[in-house]
Design a protein around this ligand. Structure first.
Ligand code: PMP
Length: 365
């Protein structure tokens, strides 16, 4: 069977069985309705149930306390960068940003349109590390401290939750949500685009502490206004109903399969398998990221030595594709390879990748 290491949820066999087949079954008639969910009003009782069940599933899976609200918005992760600032920066006019790679960099740039942004450490020339927390310059008047839990492009993941001395912490968990347990009480707000681990593109999950609502900037569009969206239970206008519907099924699948705890155990197993293969390759494969902040989810690596050998890398991709392993090419901004081990990728899949890597090394190393 074919599989992809990028592992967007809708491409995987396992998810196909549990989620896509159900979607397929219901595509022509949702329940007895004779209609697809796509055709239904977002005010229908059917969609209301899906909306509420999806919120409930997020709450259960991540053990979200009652004083946090769960919202579904559109505009992707990038929309949420702006929304975070427009909803939260107003309290003091400035915010702290820890920029550890591409996505936190973009978030900081976006927020600077709406208030003062303080970078808590200078931007590194080459991402791949996180400066020790003791060296960060936190602004005591910041409205919040922002960081990206897992930098999807760069392969840097926070192994801890920063200490912001009581200032609300905002985290982008687009690529790490539901891959590990999270102590929600440590956060003011979490944002996560669904399309990596929990569903199709089109819906972004926002988890926000209740007391942070109520202070949006006047210019904040209502589609990004967390206070308003919360009041309207995420149906103030037409939501991405089909995306929420599929996401709800994925969340139920995670629940049935051991919850976030099981996803975390699988994630750590996959991480060990792949990094061990890199480590024991006599430098044929190399990972440019500091060991203590290596992502469990997005693993960038070079082929043919620490600087990478582009001819070998092209060959590597071609050979991998013959084995139906797709999307191993690194992001265009960093080059090399990147294996993305989202929830839909199993340990068996990673074993296959490792087997291929070992054979490729024997042949070309
Ligand atoms: N944050 C992270 C961590 C991401 O990986 C991405 C997308 N890959 C984004 C934000 C941006 O998401 P979108 O494309 O939905 O705007």
């Amino acid at each position: 069977e074919s599989f992809t290491c990028q592992g967007r949820v809708y491409l995987r066999i396992k998810w196909k069985i549990y989620v896509l087949e159900e979607v397929q079954k219901e595509l022509l008639s949702f329940g007895e309705s004779g209609m697809s969910l796509m055709e239904m009003s977002h005010r229908s009782k059917e969609y209301s149930k899906i909306n509420n069940d999806a919120q409930k599933a997020v709450r259960e899976l991540l053990h979200v306390p009652d004083n946090y609200k769960i919202l579904f918005i559109q505009g992707g992760g990038t929309g949420a960068f702006a929304a975070v600032a427009m909803n939260l920066i107003n309290r003091t006019g400035s915010a702290d940003y820890a920029v550890t790679g591409t996505w936190s960099g973009k978030a900081a740039k976006e927020a600077a349109k709406y208030g003062k942004v303080n970078l808590v450490f200078p931007k590194a020339d080459k991402p791949g590390s996180i400066p020790a927390e003791s060296t960060w310059t936190l602004n005591p008047d910041a409205a919040y401290l922002y960081y990206c839990d897992n930098e999807t492009v760069d392969g840097v993941e926070f192994p801890y939750i920063p200490n912001a001395n009581g200032i609300p912490i905002v985290s982008d968990m687009s690529s790490s949500i539901m891959t590990k347990r999270v102590d929600i009480t440590k956060f003011g707000c979490i944002i996560a685009g669904a399309q990596k681990n929990i569903g199709p593109a089109g819906v972004t999950v926002v988890i926000i502490r209740e007391d942070l609502l109520g202070n949006p900037m006047k210019i904040c569009p209502s589609v990004f206004d967390f206070t308003h969206i919360n009041k309207e239970n995420s149906v103030h206008n037409t939501p991405a109903t089909f995306s929420v519907y599929v996401m709800e099924k994925v969340l139920q699948w995670i629940k049935k399969n051991g919850g976030v705890e099981a996803m975390e155990a699988q994630s750590s197993q996959k991480k060990t398998l792949l990094y061990d293969a890199i480590l024991h390759s006599n430098n044929f494969y190399s990972c440019p990221i500091d060991e203590d902040v290596r992502s469990r989810i997005n693993v960038p690596f070079r082929v043919g030595g620490p600087q990478g050998n582009e001819d070998l890398e092209t060959k590597f991709l071609q050979e991998a594709e013959k084995l139906k392993m797709f999307q191993l090419k690194g992001h265009r901004s960093v080059g090399g390879m990147r294996a993305s081990l989202y929830n839909a990728v199993t340990s068996d899949d990673v074993n296959l990748l490792v087997k291929f890597m070992n054979e490729f090394r024997k042949q070309y190393g």
